[in-house]
Design a protein around this ligand. Sequence first.
Ligand code: TMP
Length: 204
Amino acid sequence: MPRGLFITFEGIDGAGKSSHLATFEQWLRARGHDVVLTREPGGSELAEALRELILHRPMDALTETLLVFAARRDHLQTTIEPALARGATVLCDRFTDATFAYQGGGRGFDLDVLRTLEGWVHPGRQPDLTFWFDLDPAVAAERRAAARAPDRFERQDAAFFARVRDGYAARAAQSPARFVRIAADGELAAVWARVERAATERLG
Ligand code: TMP
């Protein structure tokens, strides 16, 4: 049984990635993929409990980073790796690129420490394909303002999200074969058309 595909969606809050996850899941299923749709932080019982703390309790950047990686470790062991091993396609809303963007870029946390933790928590495991929904932070802020009550990250200012975006750009530059940048401006249907075009090119 060939190992399944690991696909991630990334982008700053308000970039609109979550709107396309369900559509993309259907797109994959229509092509015969056995899809496991999951998210970070979260995606397992323990990681979902940690998600509540990460999103809503005050903490410093190191604590936040350790909790994000602790949640990821459990998520990998209980959800992601077993699914990939049985040949399923794992579609994950955020993964370690978000840690480099939010904790590394946004919080200014030490990138060398992040690389060390990444190597401990998932040696040899990276997504096969990452869709990065890239949007001007000012436009994303307008979209967020129309949405639900903000969590600790969504409450951050424009400068924070500019740094998060730069964090994603740096990460994408390091792995250009893995990243697909999706321009996330414009109508939902136009953005989906960009996702579908890129997905067809990459996955057939
Ligand atoms: P979501 O709202 O897209 O589900 O993401 C939850 C928040 O968690 C989002 O604001 C980004 C943040 N986050 C991090 O700061 N570091 C991480 O490693 C992950 C996965 C998410």
